[in-house]
Design a protein around this ligand. Structure first.
Ligand SMILES: Cc1cc2nc3c(=O)[nH]c(=O)nc-3n(C[C@H](O)[C@H](O)[C@H](O)COP(=O)(O)OP(=O)(O)OC[C@H]3O[C@@H](n4cnc5c(N)ncnc54)[C@H](O)[C@@H]3O)c2cc1C
Length: 398
């Protein structure tokens, strides 16, 4: 067989010498790896992993907290999209970033590593809300030397980390320790049990140079479900809040949870832990359109939670809940089929999303509240339409 040399001879190389020659040289360029791009906290993952690999755990932790002050929390509750983005996943399996983050977070708590604040700049910032957004903001501002006052309406800080995420996924000891490390920073003060009702007034009265609004999405959405007497209809946020406060809501033996997101999975698993024998999720879409992350759903199903796909709630009466089969349309809407089934549910838990209470912004007309009850901010600076007023976290849509 005759062999052909397939190498293209470029005009340039043909003139300079015999055969193909390359005149371009490789140049090393530092790009961020996919794990880093996928991290919602913007962590320098490859940076801290390399310290951890060398056994320099405090350096690794310090590199990690340059971006994210709560690694023990993140190492437990973050959905770790970093691992889905990891290149290694297409070779064998992703690097266990989530587990190493948790290990470093716990190592810091065990060894009492603390945060430093920079010398005071003389600037004073009000932060409304002590959830993860407000607390992270307080930390980063203190590291730059700004004086920070955090105010929260709840009796204790933490936002949805404290009042939403169930303790079996996020133990409160580590959470409280990581919060305490932030609030112990020089220049940071925290006041709980104080709801900011009028932001303009609070800013002027406190003489603040800037404000960060981090009020979250604390109000549960509701569906208009007709209910009979004596039946319990609760929303998932209130249920999880009650449980986080050590109350023991009575849901009965059979519980229906309406929704298909991560919060529905948490509510269903919590109902089981409260003693329900049968927990059924009622979800209006099919499996391919489930909103919960596959891992969250798999854990719920492994614990015995059942799900009815393509079902909507029709009525909640004395005998239980009537659900109706629906078909899904291409535009995401559903069409009722008229076929109904009765589930002998004692309680129904609504897990159909949350929205923000932004009434505190009413006195600041330059701030735009969008149709979905989120605050409009500049995508880069997170500043609202009012100079010096910034917003972040769930109240801007996450
Ligand atoms: C059940 C549940 C489970 C979740 N699980 C996970 C998970 O596993 N992993 C994950 O990454 N995310 C999870 N999330 C989402 C995550 O908790 C939120 O995205 C996050 O808490 C939002 O942080 P935030 O600081 O914006 O708001 P929040 O955490 O909601 O905090 C807002 C704070 O502002 C305070 N506040 C509100 N209004 C005022 C006011 N006017 N004056 C003073 N204070 C005020 C509130 O009391 C609250 O403490 C879950 C959410 C829920 C509901």
């Amino acid at each position: 067989m005759k062999l052909h040399d397939m190498t293209q001879i470029m005009q340039d190389t043909a003139r300079r010498g015999v055969g193909s020659r390359r005149w371009q040289r490789p140049v090393y360029e530092h790009f961020l790896p996919p794990c880093n791009q996928a991290c919602p906290a913007g962590e320098d993952i490859q940076g801290w992993l390399s310290h951890a690999q060398a056994g320099a755990y405090e350096e690794a932790w310090r590199a990690l907290v340059a971006n994210n002050p709560m690694p023990a929390v993140h190492g437990r509750a973050c959905y770790h999209p970093c691992e889905s983005g990891c290149n290694r996943g297409s070779l064998d399996e992703s690097v266990s970033i989530h587990a190493v983050e948790r290990f470093l977070g716990d190592e810091a708590l065990k060894n009492g590593w603390t945060f430093e604040s920079a010398p005071s700049t003389g600037k004073k910032v009000l932060i409304v809300g002590a959830g993860p957004a407000g607390l992270s903001c307080a930390y980063h501002l203190a590291r730059q030397g700004h004086t920070v006052e955090v105010r929260d309406a709840a009796a204790e800080p933490g936002g949805m980390m404290m009042h939403g995420i169930p303790a079996y996924r996020l133990p409160r000891t580590e959470l409280q320790q990581e919060i305490a490390r932030i609030t112990a920073m020089p220049g940071v003060t925290l006041t709980c049990g104080v709801k900011v009702e009028d932001l303009a007034k609070a800013k002027v009265e406190g003489g603040f140079d800037a404000v960060f609004v981090a009020v979250g999405a604390q109000l549960a959405n509701h569906l208009n479900v007709p209910t009979g007497d004596g039946k319990r209809l609760v929303d998932a946020v209130s249920l999880l809040d009650d449980v986080s406060e050590q109350k023991k809501p009575q849901l009965g033996r059979v519980v229906a949870v309406v929704g298909g997101g991560n919060v529905a999975m948490d509510a269903a698993r919590t109902a089981e832990r409260l003693g329900a024998k049968d927990v059924v999720i009622v979800f209006r879409y099919d499996k391919d359109h489930m909103e919960a992350l596959p891992g969250e759903a798999a854990e719920a199903f492994a614990e015995g939670v059942k799900i009815r796909w393509l079902n909507v709630v029709d009525h909640f009466g004395a005998d239980g809940i009537t659900v109706e089969n629906v078909t899904m349309n291409a535009d995401g809407s559903v069409t009722p089929t008229g076929e109904t089934t009765m589930l002998a549910a004692d309680s129904v838990v609504m897990a159909v999303g949350q929205h923000s209470d932004l009434s505190l912004l009413a006195t600041m007309p330059k701030i735009t509240v969008q149709k979905n009850d989120t605050v409009a901010v500049d995508a880069t600076t997170l500043m609202t339409g009012e100079a010096g007023i910034f917003a972040g976290g769930d109240c801007i849509g996450g």
